[in-house]
Design a protein around this ligand. Structure first.
Ligand code: SIN
Length: 332
């Protein structure tokens, strides 16, 4: 009888349905590695997560945050995550093509009308189902974290799509982003985030696309004479963990971490919305880059040039997902 009870208990522990006394006695260390500075939506989110874990789970769980690519760049971090050398990361959804082709949805140019439409989609049933796309590769999506709308910059004004012709633009490792720049006859170059500033400063590349938060925190505006408010794409992160590590956590700890992540995710949304306004102003006030606002007609030319890219990827990302985003656009 005793033996049976022991057997049932150990099975429940293995399934993560009850806490293991051994596992909960030892402090669990969660290493969170990411590439932005602490003064960004993701950087602040990571520090808030650490703080809330200290407050609610101190002694049982400790989060160590490694910002600014100091531990790993985004390519290496996913490998490290799968080896359980780090337990949390939040790369851009554009950087997961080795693990899922579906998240390429988020890179389609001019798909999302604004951050509110993006949040509407990620909160929807379809968005939540998509968060599970990397699970069969051992990477568990815990939540979407917002950064915002991307802008485009170079060393001359980018007003018409032809202005981008022949220029080398840094992109994240995404085939959709590659196709997007090829659609305007530009020359896209996949490159790690940590290398972009130097590549711009030395002329290895001519331009880049990123959010106001990243343009400000990585000082790209100091080495780009012209920045266009294009809002042509989005930068959204997946907060991810190692699936096996996550399932091995005592269930009470996992539940509390889930709750903390939900609360932090809401704060990150607000950090991101605030940063988009504040960082754009900081960049504009610096006077170091000329900010260009497109007329509706000019914007429409970029849409016409880039949107045909959708047809190349719609089977891969799901026409139903595109339709769901469009419903969110209509509501926002
Ligand atoms: C990030 O915000 O995590 C970096 C995005 C990029 O590589 O441009």
């Amino acid at each position: 009888m005793k033996k049976n009870i022991k057997l049932i208990a150990s099975s429940l522990i293995a399934m993560g349905l009850i806490a293991s006394p051994v596992a909960s006695a030892k402090e669990i260390v969660i290493k969170f590695s990411h590439v932005t500075t602490e003064a960004t939506p993701k950087g602040k989110g990571a520090m808030l997560l650490k703080k809330m874990v200290d407050e609610r789970l101190g002694g049982k769980v400790r989060v160590e945050v490694y910002p600014s690519s100091q531990l790993y760049g985004d390519k290496a971090v996913l490998k490290a995550l799968l080896l359980n050398d780090v337990q949390l990361a939040a790369p851009s959804l554009s950087k997961f093509s080795k693990y899922t082709k579906q998240w390429a949805l988020f890179d389609l140019p001019f798909l999302f009308k604004n951050p509110q439409a993006l949040n509407c989609f990620t909160d929807s049933a379809k968005g939540q189902a998509l968060l599970g796309a990397t699970e069969r590769k051992g990477i568990k999506g815990l939540g979407y974290w917002l950064n915002g709308m991307k802008q485009i910059s170079a060393n001359h004004p980018l007003i018409k799509p032809e202005d981008a012709k022949g220029l080398k633009f840094r992109i994240m490792s995404s085939d959709v982003l590659k196709a997007q720049f090829e659609a305007v006859d530009a020359n896209p170059q996949k490159m790690a985030f940590s290398e972009v500033y130097n590549a711009l400063a030395t002329g290895v590349i001519d331009g880049q696309e990123n959010t106001w938060s990243n343009i400000r925190s990585k000082k790209f505006f100091e080495v780009q004479k012209d920045t266009t408010i294009s809002n042509h794409g989005v930068l959204e992160y997946a907060l991810v963990t190692n699936k096996r590590f996550w399932n091995s956590l005592p269930s009470d700890i996992r539940l509390q971490l889930d709750q903390i992540i939900t609360e932090v995710t809401a704060e990150v949304t607000q950090f991101a919305l605030d940063a988009a306004v504040k960082d754009m102003k900081t960049v504009a006030d610096s006077g170091k880059t000329n900010i260009h606002t497109l007329t509706d007609a000019q914007k429409q030319q970029w849409v016409s040039a880039m949107k045909p890219v959708w047809s190349q990827f719609e089977d891969q990302v799901g026409k139903d997902n595109i339709a769901a985003v469009q419903q969110c656009n209509a509501k926002n």
